[in-house]
Design a binder for this molecule. Structure first.
Ligand SMILES: Cc1cc2nc3c(=O)[nH]c(=O)nc-3n(C[C@H](O)[C@H](O)[C@H](O)COP(=O)(O)OP(=O)(O)OC[C@H]3O[C@@H](n4cnc5c(N)ncnc54)[C@H](O)[C@@H]3O)c2cc1C
Length: 398
């Protein structure tokens, strides 16, 4: 005898899929979660350096990138950081705010996975791990996957960032299979690589500084880190999500300096050298490299006493240091990207339920969708919120 169909099959046991499964299951729906991995929540386990930055208290829709900047508002507005914090508190998981509203577990990210699995257990959710998705059938209102059938199907397989963790772009194949559009996926929250003249900066590998990084549409003031391939650190990861090939990234190396700061140092300490003055604000190796590049062929320029340098030139140098142009030649790609920007087009999904308008019963949630958060807990908040929104919609299906 064939078993009765499930109410929903959820593809992917990551943050979004588990949250969706728990929500629908606890509302009395029969739910099966399928994943090719041998265990749930692998990205949760490695997130936030093993402590999972599980939300950001400053979550608002404009901290997410999407072709439709309004799309995420509905789900994010109905399941807020406070709701997830209340869940974490119910499980007695200790947490702390690190910086900029980012909440981390005091202990381990494993606590979050265990909590989500306990929530699924409360909802009687079934799991099929180490299971390939294979061909999906869709006839008579039933979706058929890996020998099981259900009246609703949820795509929660994330994006292709970090393939060695089992990440794939299957979400996009599934979306296309059902006639949904896909916004060109690209690596995001990813280090940028430098070439050409900028290659010399690779010598600074390991040096970091607080900067303001800007691309056409965005600016972030946080740490930047020079690497053996280019630029990384939070400020760079943040702008990388907005960066497009062929465009520059502008760095302000003295974001908190008052106007005329070099002229002021000249007044106070006329014997100080330019290198010395710049290193009052930046690490030595970085200030040496920047001043050498500014001076071009004038090798000793950086060692001249400031008293001998005209104010106008010092102002010019200030200007260069506050608008240093890098021309990244690429990113470190999906192998190093924390998330994938782009994805299943929001144009084909309901912002309230995440259901595909063209295919009743088909849902897409989490990173698979063209909604990408900033660094700092925003991506998990989207995973939870979109999972709950779809889970509630499944719960209210007849
Ligand atoms: C190193 C790292 C650190 C991060 N740290 C943070 C952080 O601290 N805070 C934050 O907010 N975000 C963080 N992120 C981003 C965050 O992990 C993701 O945005 C989030 O996990 C997305 O959840 P999801 O459920 O949509 O997808 P995923 O968590 O990627 O889950 C998808 C699931 O689908 C399964 N799957 C994929 N392909 C297939 C297939 N072909 N067949 C069957 N199953 C499949 C996978 O095995 C996986 O279980 C981090 C990401 C990385 C890579």
């Amino acid at each position: 005898m064939t078993p009765p169909p499930y109410d929903a099959i959820i593809l992917g046991a990551g943050g979004a899929g588990l949250m969706c499964a728990a929500t629908a299951g606890q509302a009395g729906k029969r739910v099966l979660v399928i994943d090719h991995a041998d265990a749930p929540g692998k990205k949760i386990l490695i997130s936030g350096g093993g402590r999972c930055n599980f939300t950001n208290v400053h979550t608002v829709a404009d901290r997410f990138i999407s072709a439709n900047p309004h799309f995420a508002k509905s789900a994010l507005g109905r399941y807020r950081p406070a709701d997830f914090i209340a869940l974490v508190d119910r499980y007695g998981i200790a947490w702390h705010e690190k910086t900029l509203g980012q909440l981390f577990c005091d202990g381990s990210a494993r606590q979050i996975v265990e909590m989500l699995m306990a929530e699924c257990e409360k909802g009687g959710v079934d799991f099929a791990f180490s299971t390939a998705i294979g061909e999906i059938g869709h006839t008579d209102g039933l979706f058929r996957v890996a020998g099981a059938a259900a009246r609703a199907l949820v795509i929660a397989t994330g994006g292709p960032s970090i393939p060695k963790m089992g990440a794939t772009g299957i979400a996009y194949d599934l979306a296309r299979r059902f006639g949904l559009k896909v916004v060109e996926p690209r690596p995001a929250l990813v280090p940028l690589t430098l070439g050409g003249d900028d290659i010399l900066f690779r010598d600074l590998s390991g040096v970091s500084a607080e900067v303001e990084a800007r691309t056409a549409k965005a600016k972030f003031q946080e740490a930047a880190l020079f690497t053996h391939r280019g630029l990384s650190g939070p400020a760079i990861l943040q702008v990388s999500s907005y960066w497009r090939h062929g465009t520059p990234v502008e760095i302000n190396f003295a974001p908190d300096a008052p106007a005329d700061w070099l002229v002021q140092i000249k007044r106070d300490k006329p014997k100080a050298t330019l290198k010395g003055a710049v290193s009052m604000r930046l690490p030595d190796r970085l200030s040496t490299a920047l001043v050498e590049r500014l001076s071009g062929n004038e090798a000793n320029w950086g060692l001249m006493p400031l008293g001998d340098v005209k104010d106008a030139l010092l102002r010019q140098i200030e200007g260069r240091l506050s608008r240093w142009i890098f021309q990244p030649n690429g990113t470190e790609g999906y192998a190093k990207a924390e998330v994938t920007a782009g994805g299943i087009s929001t144009a084909d999904l309901s912002q309230r339920t995440l259901e595909a308008a063209k295919v009743p019963g088909l849902y897409a949630i989490g990173e698979a969708v063209d909604v990408t958060g900033w660094l700092g807990g925003y991506n998990f908040q989207w995973a939870w919120a979109s999972g709950v929104a779809a889970g509630q919609a499944i719960a209210s299906r007849d």
